[in-house]
Design a protein around this ligand. Structure first.
Ligand code: NI
Length: 169
């Protein structure tokens, strides 16, 4: 089931999420809904905070559902290592219409649990490493604009505030 995606400015998006404790039916439904919502958008990643659930869960699929083995579900993830830097344009489903160049790690190793609570590790580089960092930020209540500085950030925030005032956000 597709759930509504919260937009920048909604409190739940800017609040750090708590670790998952129960790997129950409710969690499975949340994950299925997150995958449906990500594919419907369409997007390559979605964090639980974006659908208003304050739990440390994200889904990523660089193939957006085209490759059945492309789906990654991460519960309670932590970075084991991050190396290098990359500078690429990125967007976010919670910031529709906005893009910015964001500094991210070039490579990373992420450790967490799968949807059933079994430990897993994922090595990533390039776009996947970027997606991991982007989704990890969501779990800490941070969006890509929060990684920008000065005028780049101000321009986006002011444009969003204007859209909020006119009820278009
Ligand atoms: Ni995002």
């Amino acid at each position: 089931m597709v759930r509504p995606i919260l937009k920048y400015g909604t409190r739940a998006l800017h609040t750090p999420a708590a670790p998952v404790v129960d790997f129950d039916e409710r969690l499975q439904r949340l994950i299925e809904d997150m995958v449906d919502t990500m594919y419907a958008a369409p997007g390559i990643g979605l964090a639980a905070t974006q659908v208003g659930v304050p739990l440390r869960v994200f889904v990523v699929d660089l193939s957006v559902g085209r490759d059945p083995s492309g789906l990654i579900v991460m519960v309670n993830p932590e970075f084991v290592s991050r190396e290098g830097t990359q500078l690429q344009e990125e967007g976010c489903l919670s910031l529709p219409g906005f893009n910015a160049t964001v500094l991210r790690p070039a490579r990373s190793l992420l450790r967490g649990l799968n949807r059933y609570g079994k430990p897993q590790e994922r090595e990533a580089s390039g776009l996947l490493a970027r997606a991991f960092q982007h989704e990890m930020d969501h779990l800490d209540g941070r969006l890509f604009v929060d990684r920008l500085r000065g005028i780049k950030r101000d321009v986006i925030v002011r444009r969003i505030q204007k859209l909020q005032r006119t009820g278009e956000w």
